[in-house]
Design a protein around this ligand. Structure first.
Ligand SMILES: Nc1ncnc2c1ncn2[C@@H]1O[C@H](COP(=O)(O)OP(=O)(O)O)[C@@H](O)[C@H]1O
Ligand SMILES: [Mg+2]
Length: 283
C-alpha cells in the first residue's frame, strides 16, 4: 500500500521495512500492519491533539510524573512549549504503560519502541494470522463469558498491583487471540497512587467488563469486584495474586452499621419509655 506520511520516517530509518495494510482507523489513532524483517508488527499512529477526544482530559493526567519542574510549570501554564510537552508526554504514556505491564506479566501487546510519535508493538492475531477480533466482535457462550470475565478481573488486579488503571477498558479495547483476552489501548492509563479519580476509574473499568459479559452470563451483573479490589489496594495489601469473590465486604460493614444504628434507636426508645414512666409515676 501507499506509505502513510507519518510512517515514511520509520521506513527511511529502517525501523520498518514495509507497510502491509491498515488494521483500523479508530477514534484516536490509525493502526497499521507493518513488516519488520520477516516479522509482522503493529504500528499505531496517534491523531493530533485536535482530533482526539476525552482521553486527554486533565482527570487522566493527574499524578503522572513529568520530566522536570520546568516542563511541569510550562504544562501547567499552557504555554506553547508546555502544550508540546503535554502532547509528547500523553503519547509516550502508552509505550511506558506497555513496558511496565509486559514486565508485570499482564497480557498486552509487547512493545518494540516509540519512534517519531509512532508506537511499534506486537501484532495480536487470530488463528489465521489476521489481526485479532475485539471482544465486541464476538458472541460468547455463557461458560466462555464467565472464564474471560475472570481472566480480565485477574488482569485488572495485576495491573493495579503495579500501580496502573486502564481508564478506558471496554469490549472495544480487548482483543482475543488463541491464548484468550489481550488488553490494548493505554494512552490514558492512570497512575493509581497519585490520582484522585483512581477508584472511580477502576470501578468504571470493572463495571464495563461486568456489563459486557453480563449479556452472556447475567449473574455477573451483580458482582462488585471494583469496590472489593479497591478496598484491598487502599489498605496497601494488594498483590497480583490476591483472590476476590465479587462480593464487597463493605456491604457487611454497612449492614453492621445498620445494626448498630438499630441498637442505638432501641436504647433511645427504652430510655424515653423509662422517662415517660417516671413522669407518669411522678404525677
Ligand atoms: N497490537 C494490536 N494488534 C492487532 N490489532 C490492534 C492492535 N492494537 C490495536 N489494534 C486494532 O486497532 C484498533 C484501534 O486501536 P486502539 O489502540 O484501540 O486505538 P483507538 O481506539 O484509540 O483508536 C483496535 O480496536 C484494534 O482493532
Ligand atoms: Mg480503542
Amino acid at each position: 500500500m501507499k506509505i502513510p506520511k507519518r510512517l515514511s520516517p520509520l521506513i527511511e530509518d529502517g525501523i520498518i521495512d514495509e507497510v502491509v495494510g491498515e488494521v483500523k482507523s479508530g477514534k484516536e489513532a490509525q493502526v497499521y500492519v507493518v513488516r519488520c524483517g520477516d516479522e509482522l508488527r503493529c504500528a499505531k499512529v496517534y491523531k493530533d491533539a485536535n482530533n482526539r477526544s476525552f482521553k486527554q482530559a486533565v482527570q487522566y493526567q493527574e499524578g503522572r510524573s513529568v520530566k522536570n519542574s520546568r516542563t511541569a510549570r510550562a504544562i501547567g501554564k499552557r504555554t506553547r512549549f508546555g502544550q508540546k510537552e503535554a502532547e509528547a508526554s500523553w503519547i509516550s504514556a502508552e509505550v511506558d504503560a506497555l513496558y511496565k505491564l509486559t514486565a508485570a506479566g499482564v497480557r498486552v501487546p509487547k512493545p518494540f519502541g516509540f519512534f517519531d510519535g509512532v508506537l511499534i508493538m506486537e501484532l495480536i492475531v487470530d488463528a489465521d494470522g489476521n489481526p485479532a477480533p475485539r471482544l465486541n466482535d464476538l458472541s460468547l457462550e455463557t461458560g466462555v463469558a464467565r472464564e474471560y470475565h475472570q481472566i480480565l478481573i485477574r488482569q485488572i488486579v495485576r495491573m493495579l498491583a503495579s500501580g496502573i488503571i486502564h481508564g478506558d477498558l471496554s469490549e472495544f479495547n480487548v482483543l482475543v487471540d488463541a491464548g484468550g483476552p489481550v488488553i490494548i489501548d493505554l494512552p490514558q492509563a492512570v497512575n493509581a497512587g497519585g490520582n484522585n479519580s483512581a477508584s472511580m476509574m477502576l470501578d468504571r473499568d470493572v463495571r464495563n467488563m461486568a456489563e459486557y459479559f453480563g449479556a452472556f452470563a447475567p449473574e455477573l451483573l451483580a458482582t462488585e469486584y471494583g469496590k472489593e479490589i479497591w478496598a484491598v489496594y487502599e489498605q496497601g495489601k494488594l498483590t497480583p495474586d490476591t483472590e476476590f469473590t465479587g462480593v464487597f465486604r463493605g456491604n457487611q460493614l454497612e449492614a453492621n452499621v445498620g445494626g448498630v444504628l438499630a441498637a442505638i434507636k432501641d436504647a433511645r426508645l427504652e430510655h424515653e419509655e423509662k422517662i415517660l414512666k417516671k413522669t407518669e409515676w411522678g404525677r
